[in-house]
Design a protein around this ligand. Sequence first.
Ligand code: SF4
Length: 461
Amino acid sequence: MKEYCGIFGIYNNPNAAYYTYLGLYALQHRGQESAGIATTDGKKMRYYKDFGLVSSVFKGEILKNLKGYVAVGHNRYSTSGASDSIDNVQPIVVSYKHGQMAIAHNGNLVNALNLREKLEEEGSIFRGTSDSEVIVHLIVKSKKKKFLEKLMDALAKLEGAYSLLVMTNKKLIAIRDPWGFRPLSMGELDGSPVFASETCAFDLIGAKYIRDIEPGEVLLIENGEIKSYQIPKKSSKKSQCIFEFVYFARPDSKIFKRSVYEVRKEFGKRLARENPVEADVVIPVPDSGVVPALGYSQESKIPFEMGLIRNHYVGRTFIKPQQQMRDIGVKVKLNPIPEVIRGKRVVVIDDSIVRGTTSKKIVRMIREAGAKEVHMRISSPPTKWPCYFGIDTPTKEQLIASSSSLDEICKHIEADSLGYLSLEGMLEAAGGSKEEFCTACFDGDYPVEIPEGIIKQAKKE
Ligand code: SF4
């Protein structure tokens, strides 16, 4: 199952549940399908989780009943759709021989299937289908004595992406996998350590950003003391997901020690230098195209306008019109402003082209609004390979850039010209190299070997 998520945690605060609620609210863009919070008062855990947005899950008295000084929260989007069950909603909370444990996980393990098969052969019974449950079973089944040893034993078996918050009745532990795929930061609020997938969550609650959890770091807080441990690394190379900068993270966040806004704008500037065009106006495909379009406009000196307006309230529950009705398609989400577009040579900036169908509809929409020319510019390189580390992409066969040339894609989307940001340009704009970032969806260079079973499973989903 592919999942992408936001996680939040807080230690030693009388309003732990409420701050976690706010943190999840700020991280809502990382997952809109379900939300959950678990708290502990040092003796007993309480939790509540359900399908829906953070604001609709935590209504009325629910937050008040989540008593305790330590909390972890999670919101999630998964691609398994209707077949999904509440057992997959996080945090996963379990009681076992040595106590209770809650776990909130962002990322995808590539060896979850193999580990799960082995655990099931050994008698483990799983309630849901999420990768995260595998981690819980590995911790519980470890033969080591102390909790930290059990945890380290389990982590050493994991391959792939995991930013984790693990809570027991006495401890809060923040973990980032040795590759560092997904972000996880530590902040401080009135003396309470806080953790979040993105720093925009700290801004909302008034917490101060302290630092990132480093790739491979296990940061344990117990009795108010903070200790740092390291998961053994196979390589010194980091594989932080560069696509977080392209699309996923909020521009007002700082991830991987960089401002998402600044990196995204630099993508636009580089794109303008690499793919110039004579035009009258630069317009973004909102939201993720806005900041690179600003960069493109500033670099090219072509005026920036909001030529497309997005409806922010279209969710997964939108009922698709019946076949005999007009194809509403992309119009539900985007509407052009003809006054900005009519008679103009338009540069339209988007973050990526996946299948090509949406881009084609956008180009048509801009033309129908009266554009003289439509030049598509993409603030990342061609997406040719699927992601197995927690970002929802279709199979290789469905990615238009995996089988079509630049000219063919341009023709398919009916644009007058098409240009992508280069891989080198993207890495330079992010201020790093392949030693620091995963770029597998662009160049197929997967930092972790992808087992055949995972590729087959992804094709079925
Ligand atoms: S494959 Fe792409 S989306 Fe997935 S982790 Fe790597 S860079 Fe990010």
